[in-house]
Design a binder for this molecule. Structure first.
Ligand SMILES: *[C@@H]1O[C@H](CO)[C@@H](O)[C@H](O)[C@H]1NC(C)=O
Length: 312
């Protein structure tokens, strides 16, 4: 079945989420439902924020950017997984595999840096409310967003180049439904010591935003608790609650993914990976909209504008 000779056309075989057919089918149906909801939910967030002037502030601009990253993030792996399942194939070209790897690393990093920018924004809003407008200027916002994309791509580039330059022979099967760095490194027959070091460096780059988030929230909580009043605590929770939920969900699944042994891959790992790839991006729009009156109003306005024929 496999072409063992070392030709320039290397195909990788994605073994999927699980080796059991019923579990594969279950995840296929799950992806089939979740993926369109992710696209529509995040697109609606972007449109709602664009259309409502009350949402034209740093917090929501950053949220719109997060939604955009989530759309691209899920589109890197899920459509290919769905297509392969439908076509009854497991193959992905080596180039496709590297592309998936590149965008997964780039977008995961961009995502976490935007989450950090959002935490910084909340910390400024609560600890220095009088200076908020000057600190979080449109210029700062653009800088934070551009910085997130630059760091994301800069961290994906060396990984991908290094992985591409290895030689591959023998086993070409990836025990996952997309090409992740660790699985690709395991396929190689070159010396991967340097690659593994760079991978750990990458985990370091990825941890910086988490540190920023923790520092931001320590500041938020110490400010709120300095002069504790029910009103202030409630205000802090209403503005930070959604963000804290998203951050916990995101880093919770990331930790679950990174801190597993590289050798084994069980159903539990599959579930965590699926949580990270599919469930986190779909939940963000709901978390931000459900308890947010302004977002809900913006969405309603969006729909009434679309259904009525005359412009406002
Ligand atoms: C991302 O943030 C920038 C800077 O605030 C903003 O101009 C842009 O519209 C945002 N992107 C999206 C997709 O909303």
């Amino acid at each position: 079945m496999r072409d063992e000779n070392q030709s320039s056309v290397l195909d990788i075989f994605l073994l999927g989420v699980s080796s059991h057919q019923e579990q594969e089918d279950f995840f296929f149906i799950l992806f089939l439902f979740i993926y369109p909801i992710t696209l529509i939910g995040n697109l609606l967030i972007i449109l709602a924020i664009r259309s409502d002037i009350r949402l034209h502030n740093p917090m929501y601009f950053l949220l719109a950017n997060l939604s955009f990253v989530d759309i691209v993030f899920s589109s890197v792996t899920i459509p290919k997984g769905l297509a392969n399942h439908l076509l009854g194939t497991r193959a992905i070209s080596f180039g496709g595999c590297l592309t998936q790897m590149y965008f997964m690393i780039a977008l995961a990093n961009t995502d976490s840096y935007i989450l950090a920018a959002m935490a910084y924004d909340r910390a400024v809003a609560i600890t220095r409310p009088l200076h908020y407008a000057t600190i979080m200027s449109p210029w700062t916002c653009v800088l934070l967003v551009t910085g997130s994309w630059v760091v994301g791509n800069a961290s994906a580039f060396p990984h991908t180049l290094l992985t591409a330059s290895l030689s591959y022979c023998g086993n070409q099967e990836v025990a996952n439904f997309y090409c992740d760095t660790a699985s690709l490194l395991k396929l190689s027959c070159s010396d991967i010591h340097f690659n593994v070091k760079v991978m750990y460096l990458g985990v370091g780059v990825f941890s910086v935003p988490l540190l920023c988030i923790i520092i931001s929230y320590v500041q938020v909580f110490s400010t709120v608790l300095r002069v504790p009043s029910t009103k202030r605590v409630l205000k802090a929770f209403s503005t930070c609650g959604s963000h804290l939920t998203v951050v916990s969900l995101y880093y919770g699944t990331v930790m679950g993914m990174y801190f597993r042994p590289l050798t084994s891959y069980s159903l539990k790992d599959a579930v965590i990976t699926v949580m990270y790839i599919a469930v986190t991006p779909v939940l963000n729009p709901f978390i931000y909209t459900l308890r947010n009156r302004v977002m809900k109003a913006a969405l309603e306005k969006l729909f009434s504008k679309r259904t009525s024929s005359h412009p406002i």
